[in-house]
Design a protein around this ligand. Structure first.
Ligand code: AMP
Ligand code: MG
Length: 331
C-alpha cells in the first residue's frame, strides 16, 4: 500500500478569511495543494496561481501522454524542443545533480519504475534487474541547449523530486505580479511563503514530525522562501518486515539508506530546495553537513536521523519537540 502523508503541517494562521483574503484547495501533481493570499486583488491572484499550477502539471506529468516529460521519454534519443518551463526546470535539476555528484538524478526513472512506485506495483527487484536499470541512469547523458533536450535512447526522466518546487516558484511569481501583500502555497511537502502573513510579520510554518503526522518538530519563520521536506515516510511499502521507500540512491539503485528519515531545506528557490532535500536525504548526515558548509550556507536545513536526532542550521527554525535530541549546526 502506498502511504501518502502531508509533510508540512500548516499552522492555522488566520483560518477565518477576511474580506481581502482568498484561498483555494485542489489535488494536483499527485498531492493535496492549498493556496492562500491576502491583500488587494487576492481572489484574482489565487485564481491565477491555481491556473499556473494546472498548466505546469500538464507539462510535467509522467502519465499524461502529451506532456513534455512523456514526449522526452518517448523520444529515441533525437533532440527535442520543449517549453521554456520544462527547459528551466531541467536546467535547475541538472545544476543540483552536478553539485551533489548525482545524489539527485532526474534520469532515475528506470529505477523508480523497477521498484513499482509509478503503478502501485511495488516489489523488491532482483540484483540483476537493478544493475540493468542502473546502467540507464546518468544525468550527464541528458543534454540541454536552450529549449532543446536530448537524452540517451535508453533513458527516461522523472521530475517528481523537483517539479513541485519549480511550480511553487512560478506560483509565487504569479501571486507577486498580482500585487498581493502575502501568500502561502502548500504542495504536499513543498511550502512557499511570500511576503507577510495577514496582520504582518513572517509566516509561521510547522514542520511535521516524520514519526508522528499530528506532531510538529518546530516552527519556521518564513518570508519569501521555500520550505521543502523529503521524507522516507512519504511513500513506501513493506515486504517481510523491511520498509522500502520512494527515494532511490542512484549509486546502488536501492532506497536511500544513509541514516536520515527526513530532510527539510529552506531556500530562496523552490526548485533548488526541492531537489536538494531529496539529494541530502540520499547523501546522509555527514555529507549533507559538509555540503552545507562548502556551499557557503546558501540554504538552511533540518535533518532528522534514524537514531532520534534533529540537526538544524540557521535562525529561521525553532525546535518545539521533546521527541528528539536536537542540536544546532554552526559554521
Ligand atoms: P521528493 O518528494 O521531492 O523527495 O521526491 C521524491 C520523488 O523523486 C520520487 O517519488 C521519485 O519520483 C523521484 N526520485 C526518487 N529518487 C530520486 C533521486 N535520487 N533523484 C531524483 N529524483 C528522485
Ligand atoms: Mg525533492
Amino acid at each position: 500500500m502506498i502511504m501518502l502523508a502531508l509533510t508540512l503541517l500548516l499552522l492555522s494562521t488566520g483560518c477565518a478569511l477576511r474580506g481581502k483574503d482568498a484561498s483555494a484547495a485542489l489535488f494536483a501533481m499527485d498531492t493535496y495543494c492549498t493556496i492562500e493570499a491576502h491583500g488587494d486583488n487576492a481572489a484574482l491572484a489565487v485564481e491565477a496561481a491555481r491556473t499556473e499550477l494546472l498548466r505546469l502539471e500538464a507539462l510535467f506529468s509522467i502519465s499524461e501522454p502529451e506532456s513534455d516529460v512523456s514526449r522526452i521519454n518517448a523520444s529515441d534519443g533525437a533532440p527535442l524542443e520543449v517549453s521554456t518551463d520544462t527547459a528551466a526546470l531541467l536546467a535547475a535539476a541538472s545544476a543540483v545533480s552536478t553539485e551533489t555528484d548525482g545524489a539527485f538524478d532526474v534520469t532515475v526513472e528506470p529505477l523508480v519504475r523497477l521498484w513499482g512506485f509509478y503503478d502501485d506495483a511495488q516489489r523488491v527487484p532482483a540484483e540483476s534487474e537493478i544493475r540493468k536499470s542502473l546502467s540507464r541512469v546518468d544525468y550527464r547523458r541528458l543534454l540541454l541547449n536552450g529549449r532543446t533536450v536530448q537524452k540517451g535512447a535508453d533513458q527516461s526522466v522523472d521530475l517528481g523530486g523537483v517539479a513541485k518546487g519549480y511550480a511553487s516558484d512560478r506560483m509565487a511569481a504569479v501571486l507577486a505580479a498580482n500585487g498581493v501583500d502575502g501568500a502561502l502555497i502548500s504542495l504536499g511537502g513543498n511550502v512557499h511563503a511570500l511576503g507577510v502573513r495577514p496582520g504582518g510579520g513572517a509566516w509561521r510554518v510547522g514542520v511535521q514530525d516524520p514519526a508522528d503526522e499530528s506532531a510538529v518538530l518546530g516552527i519556521v519563520e518564513a518570508r519569501d522562501c521555500a520550505i521543502v521536506t523529503a521524507g522516507v515516510y512519504q511513500r513506501f511499502f513493506e515486504r517481510e518486515g523491511v520498509r522500502y521507500h520512494h527515494i532511490i540512491d542512484p549509486a546502488d539503485g536501492r532506497p536511500a539508506d544513509a541514516g536520515l528519515i527526513s530532510v527539510t531545506v529552506i531556500g530562496s528557490y523552490g526548485a533548488r530546495a526541492d531537489a536538494l532535500s531529496t539529494a541530502l536525504l540520499v547523501m546522509g548526515e555527514e555529507a549533507a553537513i559538509a555540503f552545507w558548509r562548502s556551499g557557503g550556507h546558501s540554504f538552511d536545513m533540518l535533518l532528522v536521523t534514524e537514531d532520534g536526532r534533529l540537526l538544524y542550521t540557521g535562525t529561521a527554525f525553532t525546535p518545539h519537540t521533546s521527541a528528539y535530541r536536537f542540536a544546532k549546526i554552526v559554521e
